[in-house]
Design a protein around this ligand. Structure first.
Ligand SMILES: [Zn+2]
Length: 272
């Protein structure tokens, strides 16, 4: 029996996999910003799901760049108190089994490439528009190699623009993510009903996707994350077609197939 997880800035999803290939019972708990308390809550949630059975392996995603050894998150803007805490070691001692960690957006990308909208495509880009913005490139089923991680949410789309919670300015995340919209509009993204606001968000997102396309040259761009449910895909496609003038053939733009479970599916590919 295996445990897979997907830790977001606000929610943590846990699931059991009996065979390491399929997702079984799952549950969602709030992500505790306090690292030590979060460890207790993950252990409790996992024990409830597994019926206190011994686990054969654990894998899952964290919302931010990891250190080179992939043992901890080191630059999570939405979960600052988790940075530089020995997450992998803590889980291994709590559960007594091997643990593999990845970046949450990377795992969702792998989940969509292997089990979702990217099946059969060679170069898959996944972008998540959620509390933050993340994304990754998968080539022939494997996460593309990288030195520091992929952070397309922190590309600059407006010079000297709105502050980003990473310390930068004018980043894509500041204009289209849940945390960015909350800062800009003073209300939660799901409470924003004005279609003009969402049209503007679609425009900013398309600028980001244009940049992603000219650098990453994907066959398909898969869009996921909670805020993507409010962003009109048709408007994103319209602006994207308008902005991306250098290529005759454009990458396909689609919504994720596995939705909130993409990260858990990706975590399956990390189980050993
Ligand atoms: Zn940023």
């Amino acid at each position: 029996m295996f445990l897979v997880f997907d830790i977001g800035g606000t929610k943590t999803r846990l699931a059991i996999s009996s065979d390491g290939k399929t997702i079984g019972a799952s549950k969602v708990i709030p992500t505790n910003p306090d690292f030590e308390k979060a460890m207790e809550e993950i252990k409790k949630g996992a024990d409830e799901l597994s019926g206190y059975q011994k686990l054969d392996g654990i894998s899952g995603g964290v919302p931010g760049p990891l250190n080179k050894e992939k043992t901890m998150v080191i630059g999570a803007p939405n979960l600052k108190a988790w940075n530089n805490k020995p997450f992998k070691k803590e889980l291994e001692s709590l559960f007594g089994c091997k643990v593999n960690l990845g970046n949450d957006a990377e795992l969702a990308a792998l989940g969509e490439a292997h089990f979702g909208a990217g099946m059969g495509k060679k170069i898959v880009v996944y972008m998540t528009i959620s509390t933050g913005v993340g994304g990754a490139r998968v080539v022939s089923g494997k996460l593309d190699e990288n030195s520091l991680g992929f952070e397309p949410g922190h590309q600059i789309i407006v010079p000297d623009g709105e502050p980003c919670n990473c310390g930068g300015k004018g980043h894509l995340q500041s204009y289209v993510s849940g945390s960015g919209l909350q800062s800009l509009k003073g209300i939660r993204a799901e409470e924003i009903k004005d279609p003009e606001v969402w049209d503007q968000v679609a425009k900013y997102l398309s600028i980001g996707l244009n940049n992603v396309s000219v650098f990453w040259s994907p066959d398909i761009i898969i869009l996921g994350g909670s805020v993507m449910q409010s962003i009109p895909l048709e408007s994103v496609k319209k602006y994207f077609e308008e902005y991306l003038t250098i290529f005759k053939n454009h990458p396909e733009l689609v919504l994720s197939k596995n939705g909130d479970l993409s990260g858990l599916y990706g975590a399956l590919t990390l189980l050993t």
